[in-house]
Ligand binder design. Sequence first.
Ligand SMILES: [Fe+2]
Length: 206
Amino acid sequence: MKPVQLEVQALTDAMERAMVRKDLATAKHHSRVAEVCLRIGKHLSLSDAELALLELSALLHDIGKLGVDDAILKSSQALNQGQWEQMRAHAEIGFRLLRGFEELPGVAEIVHAHHERWDGAGYPRRLKGAETPLLARVIAVADAFDAMVHGRPYRAAVSEALAAQEIMQHRGTQFDPDVVDAFVAGLNPVGLPVSVHATLWHGLMT
Ligand SMILES: [Fe+2]
């Protein structure tokens, strides 16, 4: 490995350890999201450099949660408005944490934008369509899928098939249509039965 790669590895390892200490579920979530992102990225024909940037950004996308109170992160109750505002601040906190690292060009901007929506109703800047970096649009789909499949302290988990259907229902509103299509194309490696895959494709066409 080149010295710069070693520094980046040391940095991501340190951040991973900090996240594990803070909240184990969050750390596991990052690696699962990175895996789904890579499947989507391959179906979008991203270059090796783009896939590497996507993986790194996915691994770090919720790093800003290091700055959110444990009581909010681990709450089993529905969050009130003030608590949601604190939770949402993690996108901005992550951006500010990462933007100083010259070894990670582009990562801060992607992390900043991972909760934006295709229709402009996301946060923190309400970016619309392609104003959001493509790799952040990929993370948005993979993040939502993982959050549904593995649940949250305040929300029960659902099956992969149901989560995928939910993603498809928000194709063109919450999510970039091309990214959703690439996600669906990569579903079989996630382990869905072929029949479910076919049903989802049918849903896409109607
Ligand atoms: Fe997030």
